[in-house]
Design a protein. Sequence first.
Length: 186
Amino acid sequence: MGKSTVAKMFADAGVPVFDADAEVRQLQGLDGSLVEAIAKAFPKAMRGNEIDREALAAIVLADPAKLAVLEAITHPAVQSARAAFIARHSNAPALLFDIPLLFETKGEKEFDKVVVVSAPAAIQRNRVLRRPGMTEARFDSILARQMPDSDKRARADFIIDTSGEKSATQAQVRNILSCLGLIEGG
């Protein structure tokens, strides 16, 4: 949808951004604090002392029970990192949290406002399938776990449509910052 691009635009405007996916990559990366627990639960996802994220994804996306095990390992650590981020930025006038599956995990209740980044399905599919290691089957498996985009849009406080030029997306970001009183004008 363009979440990372939009998050960077907010960061460039001075809003501290917590990227949950980046946090997970760090926690699961070389010497990450979750490697041992994941290795114990998913030994077939290990390549030496490192987690093979592609192998791990294949295991958990094929089995909801295994996904629940991974989430039970990962979510508390991400929550802890998020709490530390909030504490580090306690004086900031606003914070942005880039969190996948926010509505699906009922996490939206923890935030004052929700911004949904959206693009038409064809554009989304095209963007995602250009990512390294992404396949149609994997993309369809990911989509199956997600709430329909129309439902997310209906529940959002703000919607950023990323189907156009980056300048149009940037204008939408500036408008939100203005609405929140973080900058003047829109």
